[in-house]
Design a protein. Structure first.
Length: 316
């Protein structure tokens, strides 16, 4: 009983730390980006996406290298599905309406879809992720970063006459503090969640695909919802789309350099196709009216509930 109370306290404290850290991270990241002339969407798909994805990346790497690759892949696939259907759905519900520009659809949305398709084609024919597929995935991420850099250079040329403020070292310091706080808060969330799951005898597969995937995406959830509520819609979309690209191409690609990752049948026949379907659904909703409304957010969240309910039935 004492352990249960302690774990609940740790969980609550971790949530508070993560929420406050996200606010500090977002506010100061925007200030630093403005001083450097970096667009909001590029900040989202790079610094914010990578920073908020560190927890699931670390969790997937740890699981794969400790002999439980199905858990690592579960974290990546489960996190990506939750990112789109769950987190963007919740963000749209809280924000009411999230406005979108064409770049988010044609560059980052399509890249997120292509990433999922490349991954699925690879594992469908081979049943594993080996060093050859890893090289393709890491190279694809390099190309994506190159496209981002070129787009940013074009934005800088278009806005070269725009007055910029000098970088405030305090903003840089608080960005770092925010990232550290997010990592610390979310590490505590992972620890307390897994311990609570263990107390209630929850199976390892559910921990990997559902619980761990949800818990490790808490940074994305907090950053995305906070950004959406603050009206930073491009940062919110960029964080999620960039995170999904990073999770697969780097989160799976990097450990596959060192070891072959064998993929279980359910990931090939159900989870992967579900990720592709949900990504296409998001692109269709984004394209309609160039915005994501509260009702469309509810539709996305409902899709996740259907997915996870069906997936849990397969686990029984």
């Amino acid at each position: 009983m004492e352990n249960l109370v302690l774990l609940i306290v740790i969980f609550v404290v971790a949530v508070i730390i993560a929420i406050k850290s996200a606010e500090i991270f977002i506010d100061n990241l925007v200030d630093v980006g403005s001083a450097l002339g970096i667009s909001e969407i590029v900040l989202g798909v790079t610094a914010s996406a990578i920073g908020s994805s560190l927890l699931e990346f670390g969790s997937a790497m740890t699981a794969i290298f400790t002999g439980t690759p199905e858990v690592g892949l579960g974290v990546v696939l489960g996190a990506n599905i939750w990112n789109i259907a769950g987190i963007l759905g919740i963000a749209a519900i809280f924000a009411g309406t999230m406005k979108i520009n064409s770049r988010e659809i044609t560059r980052d949305g399509i890249m997120a879809l292509l990433t999922a398709v490349i991954f699925m084609i690879s594992i469908y024919f081979t049943g594993k992720v080996d060093i050859i597929i890893s090289a393709v995935m890491i190279s694809a991420y390099g190309i994506y970063l190159w496209i981002l850099i070129k787009d940013q250079e074009n934005d800088s040329l278009e806005n070269k006459d725009k007055e910029r403020t000098p970088i405030n070292p305090k903003n840089v310091m608080w960005v770092i503090v925010g990232i550290i706080g997010l990592v610390l808060g979310c590490r505590l969330l992972v620890y307390s969640s897994l311990e609570l799951a263990s107390l209630f005898n929850v199976s390892g597969m559910i921990i990997g695909l559902v619980i761990l995937a949800l818990v490790t995406t808490v940074p994305e959830l907090i950053v995305t919802v906070t950004s959406a509520v603050k009206g930073l819609h491009q940062l919110a979309f960029g964080t999620i789309l960039g995170s999904n690209v990073f999770n697969i191409l780097i989160g799976v690609g990097v450990p596959a350099v060192f070891t072959n990752i064998h993929v279980e049948e359910m990931a090939i026949t159900f989870d992967g196709p579900a990720l592709i379907f949900i990504t296409i659904l998001l692109l269709i909703l984004m394209k309609r009216g160039m915005k994501l409304t509260r009702y469309e957010g509810i539709a996305l969240l409902s899709t996740y509930v259907i997915y996870i309910g069906t997936r849990l039935r397969f686990m029984v």
